[in-house]
Design a protein around this ligand. Structure first.
Ligand code: TRP
Length: 416
């Protein structure tokens, strides 16, 4: 009797879940901090996501304004629409024009020793923002989050945070302007940070986090209160050492769009705790080797190229797994051409090939069928092998002392 009841309930829940996913009668893409999937081979429908989340598209007008204000061409990740959505970016540009301060905040959940290419994207762009606007940056390593969600001990989560910090430092962030912190460490050191966490916690009900994140009755209470910890770095009052106790310095958060639920919540509570709503820049996901239906995931080694992969591993993974939008045979390919919208090697080139003219030429000749998949893959391998090798070399040179330096709370320099 009982088990039957349980099963009926489970079936009902499953049906309800599918129903919840429907938007205008269609099954919508799943995009949340823990899962990204779509049934479409061309990947998530980002226009619909902008509508559903209520953010704004990064349009030509905003790009033109960024270029005018900074006096230089925008990063290719913006130009190519990979950073495609924002909240309040115009406000940040106005502040910059008026020479008023703001700061950058981004983060990473350290769930594995080695990062993959997808993890690099927000950090590469954040570095460009830091250099372009000359502003301080805080990087949150949510080792507490990974302890709560994964099968990891506290010690192991903290160890991974420090290991990941090395990868981040190896990208070339300026130590005078960057504070990297582990939640497990900094939460115990900073009175101010914990006070912000409590203020946020007081403003959000269980009902609200259930609605935003889908938490259920059997999720541990650590998970339920975690969003307040990811919200806290959006407020300068959490970092009195850095900002000279100024509590009202606005924040800009570059992140992949799956993190938006945290910051919708943050923006909602901001006025109630006397803080400013953080601005956001959202990126698309970095597709898995197997195709854009899902993103690269560290827990599936064959879906990802890791920053620790050897030249041979990179070559083999791309040749073996990178989903091809080309024809099944050479004849068919020459006749019908390749499809860049689903071709993973082409997608990766849009993230990593800097030469716009060359990329356009590849798109044209691949689409017409002149260029074969093999060539596209060779081109990609030729870019990724030296990129990953150079990263590996820089990372090896990062010492524990340097990590500690980045992770020590201190005043950061900003002077524009
Ligand atoms: N939750 C993020 C992850 O699992 C880590 C994170 C914390 C983050 N704060 C952030 C990401 C701010 C982007 C911006 O990867």
């Amino acid at each position: 009797m009982r088990s039957e009841f349980v099963f009926t309930r489970m079936a009902e829940d499953a049906a309800k879940e599918v129903e919840n996913l429907k938007v205008d009668g269609e099954v919508a893409d799943v995009v949340n901090p823990w899962e990204v999937t779509t049934s479409s081979a061309t990947g998530v429908d980002y226009d619909k996501l902008v509508e559903r989340f209520g953010s704004s598209k990064i349009d030509d007008e905003l790009i033109a304004r960024i270029e005018k204000v900074t006096g230089k061409p925008v990063h290719h990740l913006v130009r190519r629409g990979i950073f495609f959505s924002h909240r309040d970016m115009h406000t940040i540009l106005t502040l910059y024009e008026q020479k008023k301060p703001f700061y950058l905040y981004t983060g990473r959940g350290p769930s594995s020793t080695s990062l993959h290419l997808g993890h690099l994207i927000p950090f590469i762009f954040t570095k460009w923002l830091q250099e372009t606007f000359n502003v301080p940056l805080v990087i949150q390593l949510t080792d507490d989050e990974k302890f709560l969600w994964k099968d990891l001990s506290i010690d192991e989560a903290y160890r991974l945070a420090r290991e990941n910090a090395k990868d981040i430092i190896a990208l070339g962030f300026d130590v005078n302007k960057t504070f990297i912190f582990s939640d497990l460490e900094y939460m115990g050191q900073s009175r101010a940070f914990y006070r912000t966490v409590c203020r946020v916690q007081k403003c959000v009900t269980f009902n609200q986090v259930k609605g935003i994140f889908g938490f259920g009755d059997s999720d541990c209470i650590g998970k339920i209160s975690f969003p307040a910890i990811q919200a806290a770095p959006s407020f300068s009052s959490s970092f009195p050492e850095i900002f000279n106790k100024k509590a009202d310095i606005p924040c800009l958060i570059p992140c992949a769009i799956d993190q938006d639920p945290y910051f919708r919540m943050t923006r909602d509570v901001a006025p109630r705790i006397g803080g400013k709503k953080p601005a956001l820049l959202h990126s698309m996901f970095f597709p898995a080797l197997q195709g854009a239906q899902t993103k690269m995931s560290a827990s599936d080694p064959n879906s990802s190229i890791f920053l620790t992969d050897t030249n041979n591993q990179i070559k083999n993974k791309i040749n073996k797994y990178a989903f091809s939008g080309g024809g099944a045979t050479v004849e068919e390919h020459k006749e019908k051409g390749g499809n860049c919208d689903v071709d993973v090697s082409y997608q990766y080139l849009t993230f990593f090939m800097e030469d716009d003219a060359k990329l356009a030429e590849i798109k044209k000749t691949y689409t017409s069928g002149e260029l074969l998949t093999g060539y596209l893959k060779k081109e990609l391998i030729g870019i990724l092998q030296p990129l990953v090798a150079a990263h590996r070399e820089r990372r090896q040179k990062i010492t524990e002392e340097e990590v500690t330096q980045f992770m020590t709370p201190r005043k950061l320099i900003y002077d524009y």
